[in-house]
Structures are given as structure tokens and as C-alpha cells.
Design a protein around this ligand. Structure first.
Ligand SMILES: [Fe+2]
Ligand SMILES: [Fe+2]
Length: 244
């Protein structure tokens, strides 16, 4: 595998920092990373798979067949469930449903542009990224009414999906937990395997960049602890201090 020069564009937090929703989240949770007094499960994620939401998963099976969503979405959802355990004040159903659906939009964009635009150069601002967010909202609006979710709930799900990659600041605790779950999967060995391919990066460089660039983006203290534990394990398992 080849090592590439830096390809991760910095996010631009100032862009939405003045949004009233962002401001009210900062007001409610001024300490970052957001602390928790609950136990945080930092074991390998395979030891606590997510459960439930069977009908929702079945409704989006076709959408899981793009961009390894059938790996990414269940693993991210397992992290989301752990984060909800650490922050019981969050709306668990909202966090889990939004995490299941957040990347389903990848199945409805031009697949040939996913890697060429969505994972290269200034990828956070790539048009294909905005498109997959908008298409993910369409999937949510299509599948959720038939599963008994009301309009207000669906609107909250879409608010989280919309901007989950392209907007740097969170609008609510639930939004923050989905964002952290989406990032945490990268620290697990399956996420490392997929992401090193997508970003054309060797594992040693990739884990270094997880530490220097993705850890600082994590919003909650629980996510920081999980990321740190996964990072240590992955470095040891993949022998990244030697194989570099
Ligand atoms: Fe995404
Ligand atoms: Fe994602």
C-alpha cells in the first residue's frame, strides 16, 4: 500500500458556529470533551454489538451494499449504543436511528465519484459529500413513516444526517453522539482496513493521523476513551511501530 501526502482538509467550525442550535448545544454542554460520570465500555466493539431496530435494518438492506455500509453502519451503531449508555440523557432511539441511516445516501449518488471526490483532496467540501447527506435524508423520509415514526422525529433524524460530514459543529447531544460514533468506527480494525484503502494510506500513517486529526474532533469524553483504547489495541495488533 502506498503512503500519500496529507489529504484530509481541515473542517471549518466557524461556518456554522453561530447557528442558534450550535450555540444552544454549547450553552448546555460548555465543557469539552463532554464529560460523563457513567462507566464507559472501552472493550473491543465486537464484544457489544447493537441490538434491535430489525425492521429498520431490513428496510435499508439495499442501501447497505454501497461503500461497505454493511460494515460501517452496524459497527458505528454499536458505538452509538455504547455512547448512549454513557449519556443516558440523550434520546437513544434518535441516536440509533440516525446512526443506522446516516450514510445510506451513498447508495443513491454516482458510485464512481465516491472515492474520486468523496475521499480525496478537500473531501469535506466535495459536492458528492453534500449529495450523500441529502440522499440520506430522502431515505429517512421514505422508510421511517412506515415504521411508525412521526413527522417531528423524522425531522430530527434528518437534521442530524444533513451535515453529518460537511458541518463541523454539532447541534445537539444526539447529533454529537452520532458524529462520535461515525468517527469511532475508524479506530476499530474493520474501520482501519476499509479506511486505509479508501484514503490510500498505510496503517501506520493512518493510525498516527487518527490520533492527531480525528481524536481532537471527538466531542464526548466517552468517545475519547473508546478511541484511545481502540488506538492502543490496533497499533499493537498491526505492529504499526515496526511496520512503517
Ligand atoms: Fe457520511
Ligand atoms: Fe459514516
Amino acid at each position: 500500500m502506498t503512503t500519500s501526502p496529507p489529504t484530509w482538509a481541515p473542517a471549518t467550525p466557524e461556518q456554522h458556529a453561530g447557528d442558534p442550535r450550535a450555540l444552544s448545544f454549547v450553552q448546555a454542554y460548555p465543557v469539552r470533551p463532554v464529560p460523563t460520570d457513567r462507566d464507559v465500555d472501552t472493550r473491543p466493539i465486537c464484544l457489544s454489538p447493537s441490538a434491535g431496530l430489525e425492521e429498520l435494518w431490513q428496510a435499508v438492506v439495499p442501501e447497505t451494499r454501497t461503500r461497505a455500509n454493511d460494515l460501517h453502519l452496524p459497527i458505528a451503531t454499536a458505538y452509538a449504543a455504547r455512547l448512549c449508555d454513557a449519556y443516558p440523557q440523550a434520546d437513544r432511539e434518535l441516536v440509533l436511528v440516525a446512526t443506522v441511516l446516516h450514510d445510506t445516501g451513498w447508495a443513491h449518488v454516482d458510485e464512481s465519484r465516491i472515492i474520486s471526490e468523496g475521499f480525496r483532496g478537500d473531501w469535506r467540501k466535495a459536492a458528492i459529500r453534500f449529495e450523500h447527506e441529502a440522499e440520506g435524508c430522502n431515505v429517512a423520509r421514505r422508510v421511517l413513516p412506515g415504521l411508525g415514526y412521526d413527522e417531528a422525529f423524522i425531522a430530527r433524524v434528518c437534521e442530524i444526517i444533513d451535515g453529518h460530514d460537511t458541518r463541523h459543529v454539532a447541534f445537539s447531544l444526539e447529533d454529537a453522539l452520532v458524529r462520535d460514533a461515525d468517527r469511532l468506527w475508524r479506530f476499530d480494525r474493520a474501520g482501519i482496513a476499509m479506511s486505509t484503502t479508501w484514503f490510500s494510506m498505510d496503517p501506520a500513517l493512518y493510525v498516527d493521523r487518527l490520533e492527531s486529526e480525528i481524536v481532537p474532533e471527538l466531542i464526548t469524553g466517552a468517545a475519547h476513551r473508546m478511541a484511545r483504547a481502540d488506538l492502543d489495541r490496533s497499533r499493537g495488533l498491526l505492529r504499526t511501530e515496526t511496520i512503517r
